[in-house]
Write a protein that binds this ligand. Structure first.
Ligand SMILES: Cc1ncc(COP(=O)(O)O)c(C=O)c1O
Length: 502
């Protein structure tokens, strides 16, 4: 453990302490420009004061701070310290979330038309990265965890098959863990991808805290991934949009990555966000595994409480032993109604009614994140909410539509479609005329819309993808099972949008 030391915080506070007068951007001039009386909504509530305290520290690039795109002072030092702590050779601070990291990686790795092997269940920033680079994706279906029906990364066998079929692929891109904190050990994947001399890129947006306590999963970087994106703001005490991109080895060209980051990141980055990344790293250095001890203990005792006190609201299996596969992040509590009377969305809404805001929900599950320094008061509030919701469920007669068996059936259909043909995300493709035709007539046409059945919320088709007969069957099967296709041009999926052929 080391003394708490944050060069970025030090630079910001040193600047603020000198009582500077602002003749520069941002236009709020350390909060001075804020018309406080307009923001006062009642005498006990002072949002203007809260805002002003943030604005006091809100500067961008000055001679006393540093330049994110050519760091030479506090940012350089902070990034170097982060690289050491997270185990990278080089770390880049991101002020646009993991979104900007994913976008930059695609620009750095691909030229237009290049192929990347990508798992199908990815965040939209990955698809946008493919579009930005004009690259093509070979999509791999996820493997489905039999116990929960949730999607994980593809199997090693699938990835190897894709690497053999597409030796020209520039990289393999995985997203691990999933939103529920479930993931696979990345080491065998890194070894496999490196045997084919390709870089393994991992979107580890939900795992910025990994590797810092024996009860937490190993980080993708420690497992050998070449580039890893982490949303520090999701699980570390960083401000929203604060994220990091870690790189090791020479399979990812760092000069191209630097250029991509300079294109995609603001020329006026938020120093409070950058400083919050540095503070998070400094807290890890100062406290080590102790930083996570309290929230891990709180999560473990909440689990025991739930087991004893709620007859219907249960937690999706969470194993303490991180050596098992798939692993589960002990700081994510995934709740569901075991009597199938409340959907995950309804449970989330009821929790909110009692003042507890979950991270996300789906038809089956509600996901809670236990953050660093979760208080006893917070847990008590959650327990009281669960007791009230349990009473409510017990009075509710009928089951809701989404049983776990059904959710699993939906997910099962994904195992049928394993490795796609390359799907082009070239810009010209998106300017072609779109027409709506009968789904039955769409075989071998190019999809012009994304088709995402809920559950499980994994895209069956991306725009640009060839519609095969098996995809048509899959859409029909899911539709018969009752999946919803929100956002589709025809939500009943009798018709589908395709690009007009010339
Ligand atoms: C898997 C995954 N990747 C990337 C992102 C984008 O992260 P950010 O919000 O930090 O831009 C998210 C956001 O939820 C995500 O879940």
């Amino acid at each position: 453990m080391k003394p708490f030391f944050s060069p970025l915080l030090r630079a910001l506070t040193a600047h603020a302490k000198n009582d500077p007068v602002s003749f520069h951007v941002p236009g709020h001039h350390y909060g001075q420009a804020l018309q406080q009386e307009l923001l006062l909504d009642d005498p006990t509530n002072h949002p203007a004061e809260w805002f002003s305290s943030i604005m006091r520290l809100d500067v961008t690039e000055l001679s006393t701070t540093d330049d994110l795109h050519h760091p030479e002072a506090s940012i350089m030092e902070a990034q170097q310290l982060a690289a050491r702590t997270f185990g990278a050779e080089e770390t880049f601070f991101l002020v646009g979330g993991s979104t900007s990291g994913n976008l930059s990686l695609f620009l750095a790795i691909c030229n237009p038309g290049d192929i990347v092997i990508v798992q199908r269940n990815v965040h939209k920033s990955v698809i946008n990265g493919l579009k930005l680079a004009g690259a093509s994706a070979v999509f791999l279906s996820p493997q489905i965890d039999l116990h929960t029906g949730l999607a994980l990364i593809p199997t090693e066998g699938q990835i190897e098959e894709a690497l053999i079929r597409y030796p020209e692929a520039k990289a393999v891109f995985l997203s691990n863990p999933n939103y529920y904190g479930m993931g696979m050990s990345i080491r065998p994947y890194a070894e496999l991808v490196h045997r084919y001399y390709k870089p393994l890129i991992v979107d580890e947006a939900h795992g910025a805290h990994y590797g810092f306590h024996p009860h937490l999963p190993q980080s993708a970087l420690a497992a050998g991934a070449d580039a890893v994106v982490q949303s520090a703001h999701k699980t570390l005490p960083a401000l929203t949009m604060g994220a990091m991109l870690h790189v090791q080895g020479d399979r990812v060209q760092r000069d191209r990555l630097r250029q991509a980051l300079a294109i995609l990141q603001s020329s006026s980055p938020s120093f409070p966000i950058l400083a919050s990344l540095d503070i998070s790293r400094a807290m890890i250095d100062a406290l080590g595994s102790q930083l996570f001890e309290q929230s891990l203990t709180a999560a473990a005792s909440f689990r025991k409480w739930l087991d004893r006190h709620s007859s219907v609201i249960k937690e999706m299996a969470n194993k303490e032993n991180q050596d098992t596969t798939p692993f589960a992040d002990p700081l994510r509590i995934v709740l569901y109604d075991s009597s199938d009377r409340l959907s995950g969305f309804e449970l989330q809404r009821w929790l909110e009614k009692y003042g507890c805001f979950a991270e996300m929900a789906d038809p089956r599950y509600t996901v809670l994140i236990f953050g660093i320094n979760i208080s006893q008061k917070d847990i008590l509030k959650l327990q009281q909410a669960i007791i009230k919701i349990t009473c409510l469920i017990e009075k509710k007669a009928e089951a809701c539509a989404s049983s776990s068996a059904k959710a699993r059936t939906f997910s099962d259909s994904y195992t049928k479609q394993r490795i796609s043909e390359p799907v082009s995300f070239a810009r010209e493709r998106f300017t072609h005329t779109r027409i709506r035709i009968e789904l039955d007539q769409a075989e071998q046409r190019i999809a012009a819309e994304m088709v995402v059945p809920y559950p499980p919320g994994i895209a069956i088709l991306y725009p640009g993808e060839v519609i095969t007969s098996s995809v048509i069957e899959q859409i029909k099967e899911l539709s018969t099972l009752g999946a919803k296709f929100q956002g589709a041009a025809d939500p009943s999926m009798a018709k589908i949008e395709v690009y007009e052929t010339n």
